[in-house]
Design a protein. Structure first.
Length: 159
């Protein structure tokens, strides 16, 4: 039996290598914790961050922070299995609740995602929370899809 755990980085680690995004659209900074069913990531809101305007980022961007945390989960799973990081898609959300209007420059946000389901076809559902310390700023259930060949799927959609 192969020990894949040696392929994983020590935590915390940079999130970008496990995302199919490059700067500046890799929005989360670090993965703090990773397990079979959970991931915890964080980011600091910067003045030059995408979507930042007048010293803040609108709270609706929080869904992308959650989605990228789930993307990091998938990227770390792929790395653990010796596979390449690949694209995935946010299909939608249920019960998305925003408890703030915006995130302030300088604020550090923690994102928690708990896997509810993830089937062999690439469909998954995660409960997510976005926090500042112990204060809940946003929450929701995100539905995601990671097809076997996302590039072929995107190309077929263009035709």
């Amino acid at each position: 039996m192969t020990d894949f755990s040696t392929r994983l980085p020590a935590m915390p680690c940079a999130a970008e290598p496990y995302l199919p995004h490059a700067a500046p659209m890799a929005l989360i900074d670090r993965v703090l914790e990773f397990s079979e069913d959970d991931i915890v990531a964080d980011l600091q809101i910067r003045a030059d961050a995408p979507f930042a305007e007048n010293g803040e980022v609108p709270a609706w961007v929080g869904i992308e922070y959650m989605a990228q945390t789930i993307g990091s989960y998938a990227g770390l799973q792929a790395t653990e299995a010796g596979e390449a990081v690949k694209k995935g898609f946010l299909l939608g959300s249920r019960d998305l609740r925003l408890h703030t209007q915006a995130f302030a420059v300088g604020q550090t946000l923690t994102i928690r995602a708990h896997k509810l389901t993830l089937d062999r076809n690439g469909l998954g559902s995660f409960d997510c929370q976005l926090l500042d310390g112990e204060t809940l700023l946003a929450s929701g259930r995100l539905n995601v899809f990671q097809p076997e060949n996302p590039d072929a799927m995107l190309e077929a959609g263009r035709g």
